[in-house]
Design a protein around this ligand. Structure first.
Ligand SMILES: [Zn+2]
Length: 429
């Protein structure tokens, strides 16, 4: 089972100065910054996925500048992402349209022909037909027929299949090094299975299941079971935007060939608790909560409080720097864990000061948080990881603070997740 990382221009400055909290002196943005596969010692995925919606080469505004779009289309995705085949053999460079970015439009802004051109320019190895997300998902017992669903759902279903047919024909011109993938959308397991069977009839031998993000795991299981039973056993299957990475065994069970996710990277800073990943002795993923020590001068909550006059800026800066110093001393074994927790919690109390909460509720919240942080600092997980993030940064990898640090933690998670998947493959096989 291959894991593809869905890139969204995620890189770090390799010379970032943690102590001064600033970029390396000679930083050249983008060129000097490093993607996860450049920064880490080993590539932490089996391929990359780039969404057309993230590039933004058409009516949907993406993340790339005009100059970057031009370079991307001129040099190709691999050269742009410095993910060359020669350096990273046997990897996939997959494209999709990023249906979530245009979910509100009546019809997809891309057609089969221009999408095939986009993949040809980008020199992708794999590319998805332009689909349109369907947000409904009926339980098998009450699944609606195509006549029973609202017109909008029917239109999305039909345009996805029409685009797939058009794209299949247009993709022939790209040449033999390219594998077109037909995207499945549906409002129920049965309608997804029908769509999958239609795509196989069109000649696709690699399908991609879209719209899985809002699905509960039991719904995803229903969908995969129905799809698997409606297509030949050698038809490959990809799951687009697979967020429930705790359920890898389900993908394996239904013969999923590949999936893409951003979860390991984004949970480093978007999840409330699962920020830093580890593989435990039992072979499961386990998680630590990163210690939040935001930059006082850049934190919106603190800035607002300072404007209101409810906190003093100078005082906050003192608490911030005391927390950083105490955590670093604790990590370097020149300071104790209680001192570190005291300092972190003093800053935390200002950050999370809630006028409305009663003193007893405040105290209870602080006690809970302190226990969470005590585990992170007490177990010293950064000492057990050999990836470059932990090797070079040590405890800095566990501090939740600005993008360079948070994305590094995300890269550590990618490393851990890829290793986990490799071990998982050998034990499941
Ligand atoms: Zn690490």
């Amino acid at each position: 089972m291959k894991f593809l990382f869905a890139d969204s221009l995620d890189f770090v400055d390799p010379n970032y100065d943690f102590l001064a909290d600033r970029h390396g002196a000679k930083r050249v943005a983008l060129h000097g910054d490093e993607f996860p596969h450049e920064f880490l010692d080993e590539v932490p995925y089996d391929g990359m996925l780039v969404s057309r919606g993230i590039v933004g080469d058409g009516p949907v505004a993406g993340k790339y500048t005009d100059a970057q779009i031009m370079r991307f289309r001129r040099e190709g995705a691999r050269s742009f992402l410095r993910f060359e085949e020669a350096r990273f053999p046997d990897t996939m460079m997959m494209g999709d349209c990023g249906a979530f970015t245009y979910r509100a439009m009546a019809v997809p802004p891309y057609g089969g022909e221009d999408t095939a051109e986009f993949y040809a320019d980008g020199r992708f190895t794999h590319g998805c037909s332009p689909d349109h997300i369907i947000f409904d998902f009926d339980a098998p017992i009450s699944a609606r027929t195509i006549e029973e669903v609202p017109e909008d759902v029917r239109d999305r279903y039909e345009v996805t299949l029409q685009n797939a047919a058009e794209f299949k024909a247009a993709a022939k011109a790209i040449g033999p090094g390219f594998t077109p993938m037909g995207v499945i959308q549906g409002w129920s397991a049965a309608s997804m299975a029908d769509a999958a069977a239609d795509l196989v009839k069109m000649g696709y031998d690699y399908l991609a299941l879209g719209g899985t993000v809002p699905l509960k795991i039991h719904q995803l299981r229903q969908a995969l079971a129905a799809i698997r039973s409606s297509i030949p056993s050698d038809t490959r299957l990809h799951v687009l935007g697979f967020g429930k990475i705790e359920c890898l065994a389900d993908l394996e069970h239904f013969g999923v060939t590949s999936f893409d996710t951003t979860s390991p990277l984004v949970r480093a800073f978007k999840d409330a608790k699962k920020n830093y990943w580890m593989r435990d002795a039992a072979g499961d993923l386990s998680y630590y909560t990163a210690i939040r020590i935001p930059q006082a001068t850049e934190n919106n909550k603190l800035k607002a409080k300072a404007r209101e006059g409810s906190v003093n800026q100078e005082e906050i800066r003192v608490l911030e720097s005391a927390a950083l110093v105490a955590v670093r001393e604790m990590a370097g074994r020149t300071g104790g864990i209680d001192d570190a927790l005291d300092a972190v919690m003093e800053y935390w109390a200002i950050l999370n000061w809630d006028e409305e909460a009663s003193p007893s509720r405040r105290a209870a919240a602080a006690t809970r948080q302190r226990a969470v942080y005590a585990r992170t600092l007490g177990e010293r997980p950064w000492e057990d990881c050999t990836c470059r993030v932990c090797r070079e940064g040590g405890v800095e990898a566990l501090i939740f603070r600005n993008s360079n640090r948070n994305k590094r933690r995300g890269m550590h998670n990618l490393h851990v997740f890829h290793r986990h998947l490799q071990k998982f493959r050998t034990t499941e096989a």
